[in-house]
Write a protein that binds this ligand. Structure first.
Ligand code: ZN
Length: 96
């Protein structure tokens, strides 16, 4: 697996991170991917059921970058991944 998680191109990755980063690096990667056009895209199939990694509230991540409705914690998943276990959490108090 190489290149952009959305289109497969090897460039326009943004400055840091990649689809296999973890935590805040991954969130920043998805947030900045393709000049910010990826983060608001709806996830195929309606999103992923997950549990907030900050406050443990259950919620559905419906876009590649999304916030917990309880605490506002920012979560993201790279489009290359297809299951909720790959959702990464930016960290307590991190805002985008
Ligand atoms: Zn939360």
């Amino acid at each position: 697996m190489s290149g952009c998680p959305s289109c497969g191109s090897a460039d326009k990755h943004g400055s840091q991170g990649g689809p296999f980063s973890t935590g805040r690096d991954l969130v920043e990667f998805v947030f900045n991917a393709h000049d910010g056009t990826v983060r608001d895209k709806a996830i195929d199939g309606g999103g992923y059921e997950t549990t907030c990694q900050g406050c443990n509230a259950p919620f559905t991540l419906t876009t590649f970058v999304g916030k917990c409705p309880q605490c506002g914690g920012v979560h993201a998943i790279a489009p290359v991944h297809r299951s909720a276990e790959h959702i990464q959490f930016a960290g307590e108090g991190v805002e985008f």
